[in-house]
Design a protein around this ligand. Sequence first.
Ligand SMILES: O=P(O)(O)OC[C@H]1O[C@](O)(CO)[C@@H](O)[C@@H]1O
Length: 249
Amino acid sequence: MEVIGVKDFNEMSKRAAQFVYEDLVNRRIKVMGMATGGTPIGFYKQLVRLYKKGDFSFKGIQTVNLDEYVGLSPENPNSYHQYMYQHLFQHIDIQRDQTHLPNGAAEDLERECVRYEQLIEELGGIDLQLLGIGENGHIGFNEPGTSFHSNTHVVNLTTATREANARYFNDRREVPKQAITMGIDTIMKSKKILLLASGKEKAQAIYRLLYDKVDESCPATILQRHPNITIIADNEALSLVTITDRKLN
Ligand SMILES: O=P(O)(O)OC[C@H]1O[C@](O)(CO)[C@@H](O)[C@@H]1O
């Protein structure tokens, strides 16, 4: 595991975009796992900037997102479909059939989970998965207590997660109670993982990810067992981490 410490959100976003862009340009990524939330917004902005400066094409690349809210159609402004369109897809040369997210509005959610898991397999698996981290150590929408053996599944969101995400909705009562998320096993099968963290609210989760016993009560601890993971985090998120454990920027 490599931990790269940077000054702030802006540096984290730039560093992460360079990291991914290099892999894209060198054709090390065919299938890229995308994340949503506040953390990767700067990353997407920087990735678009690099894309616009260079001559890289997204032709041949497929994207798969970690999760989507249950009950929101892809057209809903709060859906992760719209998030991805707004922050990335509309700015790059990628066609609709190259981008994949779970359908939170599917009639049969169980079947949708199976379809999504199979799709990832059929694409050949994820070459690079981008991750954020929840304050309680969740990854994707895998809340504490989720089995490490889980595949794509429906989750009941905790009150804490709904509260944390309420800032994106007009009314907190609109925050869905469920989501479809890749499971922990789905995430762990990715060939490479890049996790981003910014802000003091994430310090405890990063500390637990690095030092706690691997246990389902903190989903992110499983990442200690991933063979190829890089963490890019800012000073506040790394404030509980000893200096020798970071590669300083
Ligand atoms: O980046 P944020 O907005 O702090 O969210 C952290 C995590 O929470 C989620 O948005 C889910 O609540 C994850 O997708 C994300 O990794």
